[in-house]
Design a protein around this ligand. Structure first.
Ligand code: C5P
Length: 234
């Protein structure tokens, strides 16, 4: 059996984006590559954990399943929701790195949507997807589940509000123990190997970590992942 700070612990990682189907051939998606999630799975393995990786749509190679790594594939937010609900009760740590679509098409067309002779374009009506992270936090007292739940916030920043402030608000709203902030946008982070993150801890967790300032890491996604896993383990 493995050694390390997470030996004997079960870590569930979600990675990549979701695809929300419009019709049998079209979908709404996002630019998540899954690299940060894969790096988190690798960091958790290196820390001795037993890891279950739930992969959405990824543009990176997934690690091979092994004695301490199991893999599962999902496509839509609702499939991810079911997978997380099934895995969370037996997890010690949940690392929710997936870029989950906030909205999906309200109606799925069973047949391919056709162009018509008139010039009108169809209107796509969207509906909200469940917030899997918030839901997992809420269900925890009754259903049991991860001691440590880690959320991720990709902020482009609107220039007006400090991204750290936005992240602090999100940490409170989601109710998770740790929140990882990264700035995303044109030429930053997506599909890249380098990243810049801040790891914010909830008020209760700050007492345990003894931290007031959020941890700040500039480096590879694996270095960022190691910092997140280290804090989750503590
Ligand atoms: O609210 P926002 O989408 O910025 O929150 C990001 C965090 O919440 C990520 O950890 C993401 O995996 C999670 N999330 C979720 N379900 C959603 C949207 C986001 O679990 N529908």
């Amino acid at each position: 059996s493995a050694a390390g700070p997470l030996a004997g612990r079960r870590v569930v990682v979600t990675a990549g984006g979701t695809r929300e189907a419009l019709d049998p051939v079209r979908y709404l998606g996002n630019r998540s590559s899954g690299r940060q999630g894969v790096a988190l799975a690798e960091a958790a393995l290196a820390a001795g954990a037993e890891v279950h990786l739930i992969a959405g749509i990824v543009e990176t190679e997934l690690p091979a399943a092994g004695p301490r790594l199991s893999l599962e594939h999902v496509e839509s937010a609702r499939e991810l929701q079911q997978a997380v609900a099934a895995q969370a009760p037996s997890a010690d740590v949940l690392l929710m790195a997936a870029a989950v679509a906030d909205f999906r098409p309200a109606d799925y067309a069973a047949a391919k949507i056709k162009k018509t002779d008139d010039v009108d374009a169809p209107t796509i009506t969207l509906t909200r997807n469940p917030d899997i992270l918030a839901e997992t936090v809420r269900a925890r007292p009754a259903r049991g589940g991860p001691t440590v739940i880690v959320g991720f916030a990709a902020e482009t920043g609107d220039g007006a509000t400090d991204p750290l402030e936005l992240a602090q608000t999100k940490l409170l709203r989601k109710g998770c123990e740790l929140l990882v902030l990264n700035r995303v946008g044109e030429g930053l982070v997506f599909g890249r190997d380098s990243t810049e993150i801040h790891v914010l801890a909830s008020f209760g967790v700050q007492g345990v970590l003894g931290d007031v300032e959020p941890a700040h890491v500039v480096g590879t996604k694996r270095e960022a992942a190691d910092a997140v896993v280290d804090r989750a383990a503590r």
